[in-house]
Design a protein around this ligand. Structure first.
Ligand SMILES: NC(=O)C1=CN([C@@H]2O[C@H](COP(=O)(O)OP(=O)(O)OC[C@H]3O[C@@H](n4cnc5c(N)ncnc54)[C@H](OP(=O)(O)O)[C@@H]3O)[C@@H](O)[C@H]2O)C=CC1
Ligand SMILES: Nc1nc(=O)c2c([nH]1)NC[C@@H]1CN(c3ccc(C(=O)N[C@@H](CCC(=O)O)C(=O)O)cc3)C=[N+]21
Ligand SMILES: [Mg+2]
Length: 295
């Protein structure tokens, strides 16, 4: 048996196209374009790549992109000063501070400084709280992208056993909250989980967000399970080359799963599509512009 490959790249392109159509309507109605400010501190090459693709997706959707590149040595206070300026700038609907930040800056203090109603990453505690109790806010882009792929694949998720591996504030925990809101029976596994293969074997849905290349093996899976691989791991290959690998051992898992996301081309592109979606949602809320329910 061979799993269906879930085309995250294609789904992301389709979502970006839907967002672009709504952006055009928003611009016609309001005379302004939604704006996303992306803040990058330091020169981490992987972060620079992500920031570039975010800026490109923003412009392609008809929105404004404001990139702020700051030196690695900038103080926490100066960074927060910039965030306060962006909070009060009417051209800015969304603010994203690329993580990780240098060690001398406390990411929690930086996230707290962002206006929750411009927090298109959904990382502010107000938005984490809203998600946890079912209020309108911003849903973190990676879990939202995973949920969209799951619903497109499975339809109604009600009653399904979902295992989320990883409990970070930006992926695992909000993913579990979203699946719970969809009426899944949710298990959150982490580094202290006993007998992870046995826990995973009960899952109709597996979301792997660990950061360990190829950790989840095919023989851990219930046959036919839907597998969402969030992991983005750069692994060294032959001859000094390197390639991206997910947290799931694709070769073995794709023999047992019913459907599986590839890496690259799975969750990653959906994260960026959901970021521009959230930016449009933010702008629309500000102006009372109505968007389709299912965007
Ligand atoms: N595709 C995308 O858009 C994105 C991809 N990512 C990728 O997703 C992965 C996870 O990211 P993130 O959530 O930030 O990572 P974190 O490092 O913040 O969290 C990793 C989680 O995995 C758990 N874990 C570690 N080792 C094991 C193990 N052996 N068994 C079970 N659980 C384990 C940790 O447990 P504990 O809490 O006990 O330490 C922790 O909860 C990374 O590969 C990252 O690059 C991240 C964001 C976006
Ligand atoms: N404030 C903040 N918000 C984030 O959302 C955020 C962040 N910080 N820091 C880093 C992580 C990681 N992340 C990814 C986004 C897109 C891809 C992506 O598009 N990946 C492509 C491959 C890209 C490549 O080839 O390197 C793919 O999977 O197909 C991956 C990872 C967002 N993150
Ligand atoms: Mg992390």
């Amino acid at each position: 048996m061979s799993a269906r490959i879930i085309d995250g790249k294609g789904a992301a392109a389709a979502l970006r196209a839907k967002v672009a159509v709504e952006v055009a309507g928003y611009r016609a109605a309001t005379g302004r374009a939604p704006g996303l400010a992306v803040v990058l501190v330091g020169e981490d090459p992987a972060s620079a790549v992500y920031v570039r693709s975010k800026g490109k997706a923003t412009l392609e959707a008809g929105m404004l992109s404001f990139e702020h590149k700051l030196p690695a040595e900038i103080s926490e206070g100066k960074l927060i000063d910039l965030i306060n300026e962006l909070n009060s700038d009417p051209a800015v609907d969304g603010i994203l501070v690329q993580l990780p930040l240098p060690d001398h800056i406390d990411p929690n203090q930086v996230i707290l400084a962002i206006d929750p109603d411009k927090d298109v990453d959904g990382f502010h505690p107000i938005n984490a709280g809203r998600l946890a109790i079912g209020l309108t806010g911003f849903t973190p882009c990676t879990p939202l992208g995973c949920l969209k792929l799951l619903k497109a694949e499975l339809g109604d998720l009600s009653g399904k056993n979902a295992v989320v591996i990883g409990r970070s504030n930006i992926v695992g925990k909000p993913m579990a909250m979203l699946l719970l809101a969809e009426h899944c029976t949710v298990t959150i596994a982490h580094s202290r989980t006993r007998d992870l293969p046995e826990v995973v074997r009960a899952a109709d849905i597996v979301v792997a967000a660990v950061g360990r290349a190829g950790m989840v093996k095919g023989d851990w899976l219930k046959p036919g399970a839907t597998v969402i691989d969030v992991g983005i791991n750069r692994v060294a290959g032959e001859g000094g080359n390197s390639h991206l690998a997910g947290d799931v051992d694709f070769a073995s898992a794709s023999q047992i799963a019913g459907a599986i996301t590839p890496v690259p081309g799975g969750v990653g592109p959906m994260t960026i599509a959901c970021l521009i979606r959230n930016t449009l949602v933010s702008a629309a809320r500000r102006d009372g512009f109505e968007l389709p329910e299912d965007l």
